[in-house]
Design a protein around this ligand. Sequence first.
Ligand code: N01
Length: 545
Amino acid sequence: MRTEHYDVVVIGAGVSGLYALHHFRELGMSVRAYDDAPTVGGTWWHNRYPGARVDGPSAPLYGYTFSRELIEEWDWPETQAAQSDVLAYVQHVADRFDLHRDIQLETWIQAARYDESTQRWTVETDGGTRISAQFLICAVGALSTPNEPDIPGIDTFAGACLHTGSWPEEPVSFAGKRVGVIGTGSSGVQSIPEIAKEAEHVTVFQRTPQYTIPARNRPLEPEELEAVRTNWDKLLEGMKRPPPPDRPLAIQPGIGHSAYDDTPEERRAVYEKLWEIGTLGFVANNYPELLVNEEINLEVSAFIQGKIREIVEDPETADKLMPDHFYGTKRPILDDGYYETYNRDNVTLVDLRQDPIEEVTATGVRTASGEHPIDILVLATGFDAITGSMLRLDPKGRGGVSLKDKWSSRFHNYLGLMVSEFPNLFMIHGPGTPGVLYLMPLGAELETQWIADCVTRMREQGMGAVEPTHDAELAWDREVNAIAEKTLFPRTDSWYTGANIPGKPRHFSVHLGGPTYFHRIAAVADEGYEGFMFEGERSTGAASD
Ligand code: N01
């Protein structure tokens, strides 16, 4: 088998992988990126279900920050860009920075193994190519391994069975079809209203009712884009600024004063105003107690429950839609007419807590109460989040240790970036990073810059390998969890805790510090990489065969 040699291999050509490729190439290193999709774009290629769009403001938050030219030349059409626009943006970036020449698409990396004698990784593609690199960057996506539910009989279903996270390339027509949708997270809430507009009938199979806030998406006015460009430096600084010490969580909202400074009536007026404005501002501009104080959270939760009762005409359906967890402790969702969709004659809601699925048959879904005839089944069942794609890759580290074994009961890592016994392997948006609770593109840039600084230092000092100590991993685990324990998050089952995947270890895997996290990892580097072990260079590894 022929072996190709690079300084850096990047797995994934989504938002993170593209930036890693660009950044390392700019440093003068040889880099090759691999992705199994037929185009760059990662999550924005795979999640092409109807209604998919970003939920933060596309300009300036959903975009790269490294190029001022990019900010100047890309016009986002809407406040919350549709999937097709984000994909076009990512493809534009790949063209604009000539990234394609170092990307191999439609290529699955099926194995990765570290060789201690050469201090290099060898990866193998499904096409039978072997690639050797000193550094392996896993930009494999935090939400990219679909959760395929293990429902009895699902393989016998005769119609199309589509997962929102791996949506088919060719257009799907729902016209005249009876559609079943399993799952009511962000993907279900975005897709159900769109599917209901076209389908003959939609049956929604809901396990956990969800809170959702009006998205209020709209076209972006040219003056708004101009304001972003004019104020760019200030905006960027704001995106990177850690919250003040009395608000240690980036996700802790900031209306500017305590909920207890206002009367219940004043608080109600605040919630009403935030609901009218919609967007994720409902969280970001709420009271600082929202995600840390049970009493205030329950008040906000009750407010949204009241909105559901106002919107949904049939009281029985409204009852089924009533969420009962702390608002915001699952990923907040924005919608465009989600609750209103249940007022349509062609939509039925099945509450799986009362009426569980018994099996999928060739022609439908059978719950305890009877059979629901279905032509197309949509699985909006989410992902084996944060760790699923790393475990699917299952790299083999020092002495052949497998990541699957290493992570069998807890996802040990240090700074969310590295794992002990896996030298020179770096993760972007790994467990222990802020991931989706920060700004994904900017987060990827900042993590990549940290990794690149570490690699540059190694090269300057003649180091061949780096890995964290296990003690540093244990301390990091405690640190991430100590932050989470100050909040209501761990008290809710969610993909943040791994509770959505049967058998997955319960481990809160998101760093809730936002920009604080990036200051923390910068301090580790500035103070001499405490918690890391560096090893002198053993071999150039540049031999070819
Ligand atoms: O997945 P989810 P998602 N039987 O895990 C249900 C990002 N995102 O794809 O809650 C029946 O949230 C499950 O029920 P339960 C965003 O970060 C962003 O919707 O586990 N039901 C739940 O209702 C988001 O958080 C956007 O009880 C089953 C649903 O399936 C993340 O991706 C858009 C089941 C899964 O919800 C994941 O969102 C889309 C089973 N066996 C996604 N298994 C934006 O807006 C699972 N469920 C940017």
